[in-house]
Ligand binder design. Structure first.
Ligand code: PMV
Length: 325
């Protein structure tokens, strides 16, 4: 049987300036620009096979067939690839992460980046990097940032054509480390797709969005100059601005657990004592603790000693999503 197939790998990313809220929920056109670092060592590997005998798209995650909303999101991306390539066949999608699902690492970013790159290659499309980033964005906004490599900025744009992410510095530019303090591996009650819809219900969202270009400038500058102190300040401010919006939406979203606050307090204390550390938190209770390379062993061992910290994963800057077979 004739079949068109390709396999791609992508890394998750941690946002230093957060994406929260959409101007267009379907196309995932964000309310503000965002900036992140890909996480090396953590990988989603996805194989897409377009086959003439399939009557619908199929999704198999870690060997188990998945249906419902997850399959619908995957089909959305596959349908765009079909429209862009002229291919009419459905696809079989098989995907695995080398990191535990539900470990507080946003797997949707690496999942949809790997899907977009694999599906485009399988369909024989030779897309520019920014078009692959646009394609990934339809599955998950933050996935647009897992397509380019290293330190990545998502230019919010005004619509589908100009909303994509670009690399502002390669992974070798700065050996920053992310020590992820796992405080809970429970599945979150409110996922980010639903959360983005609640953002505009907070009176603080307009203020957060209006100030985002300034924070992006400060963060981009800190990365380009490898200025950890400036980065620490703006990353923590931006994290608290997003959580302030979450906590004042209706219904209110409170992702923190007591151990989340324990880690935040400890990181602040350590920084005052001279250790270069900063924290940021996504839509969950786990805390991403950033530090320059060299400090990560000290940081990870201090984090492990805190009450409520179950484990610590460590990752440096990762490369772009790429076809591997
Ligand atoms: O891409 P989504 O819809 O999973 O949204 C990601 C939202 C945050 O992780 C909280 C922030 C971000 O910019 O990654």
């Amino acid at each position: 049987m004739c079949a068109w197939t390709a396999t791609a790998e992508a890394h998750p990313n941690i946002a230093f300036i957060k994406y929260w809220g959409n101007r267009d929920h379907e196309a995932r056109i964000p309310s503000n620009g965002s900036l992140s670092m890909n996480l090396a060592g953590l990988v989603t590997r996805t194989t897409v096979t377009f086959r003439p005998d399939l009557t619908a798209d199929r999704l198999v995650l870690h060997g188990r067939e998945v249906e419902g909303p997850a399959l619908a999101r995957v089909s959305k991306v596959l349908s765009l690839v079909r429209a862009w390539s002229g291919l009419t066949w459905h696809a079989d999608v098989r995907s695995e992460n080398n990191f535990p699902t539900g470990a507080g690492i946003a797997s949707s970013a690496s999942a949809f980046a790997a899907l977009a790159v694999a599906a485009a290659a399988a369909a024989g499309l030779d897309l520019a990097p920014q078009d692959l980033s646009r394609l990934a964005r339809w599955g998950s906004g933050s996935a647009s940032r897992s397509v380019p490599g290293g330190f990545v900025e998502w230019l919010p744009g005004t619509g589908d054509e100009d909303s994509y992410a670009i690399s502002i510095a390669p992974p070798e530019h700065w050996a920053l480390m992310d020590c992820v303090a796992l405080v809970s591996t429970d599945h979150k009650a409110v996922g980010s797709s639903q959360g983005h819809r609640l953002a505009e219900k907070s009176p603080f969202q307009a203020v957060r969005v209006a100030d985002a270009p300034r924070r992006l400038d400060v963060c981009r500058d800190a990365i380009l100059k490898r200025d950890f102190e400036a980065l620490a300040e703006v990353v923590e401010l931006d994290c608290h601005m997003m959580h302030a919006v979450m906590q004042t939406s209706s219904p209110r979203l409170l992702y923190w657990e007591p151990a989340t606050v324990t880690v935040m307090q400890a990181v602040r204390r350590w920084r005052q004592e001279g250790l270069p550390v900063a924290y940021t938190i996504d839509a969950g209770p786990n805390v991403h603790v950033l530090c320059p390379q060299g400090a990560q062993e000290e940081v990870a061992s201090r984090l492990r000693a805190l009450p409520g910290v179950q484990d610590v994963l460590t990752a440096g800057p990762g490369g772009p999503a790429r076809v591997v077979a």
